[in-house]
Design a protein around this ligand. Structure first.
Ligand SMILES: [Cu+2]
Length: 124
């Protein structure tokens, strides 16, 4: 039994983890997805590349938000408490009007982790 190669591999993995940890510090804040601060002034969300863009938007009550499905052969849907776009689809769009203030989390039921959020503020 030779134990040295195993030990060397363990050290290499440890070094890689340390390096990855250092690199991660620089990019914090970007790529946070639905957890990021909501984007204002936008009422259009695109379902593409297995994600919603922007993942989080903020609109005043009474705003109609439109989701466009533009991911080629990959179908998506928009499902939240209170509304749904229906069957997953590959093209076209879905619109929903948000009448009441609140935070509306939604997701695509086809893809784990494909989530978004609409923050509705009181109408100005
Ligand atoms: Cu999807």
């Amino acid at each position: 039994m030779r134990r040295l190669p195993l030990l060397t591999a363990a050290l290499a993995v440890g070094a890689a983890l340390v390096l990855a940890g250092c690199g991660g510090d620089e990019g914090s804040g970007a790529g946070a997805g639905a957890a990021a601060a909501p984007v204002t002034g936008v009422t259009q969300v695109t379902a593409k590349d297995n994600r919603f863009t922007p993942a989080a938007i903020q609109v005043p009550a009474g705003t109609t938000v439109t989701w466009s499905f533009k991911d080629g052969f990959v179908p998506h849907d928009v499902v939240a408490d209170g509304f749904t776009s229906g069957e997953p689809r590959r093209k076209g769009s879905f619109a929903h009007t948000f009448d009441r203030p609140g935070t509306y989390a939604y997701r695509c039921t086809v893809h784990d982790g494909m989530t978004g959020r609409v923050v509705v503020t009181a109408a100005g």
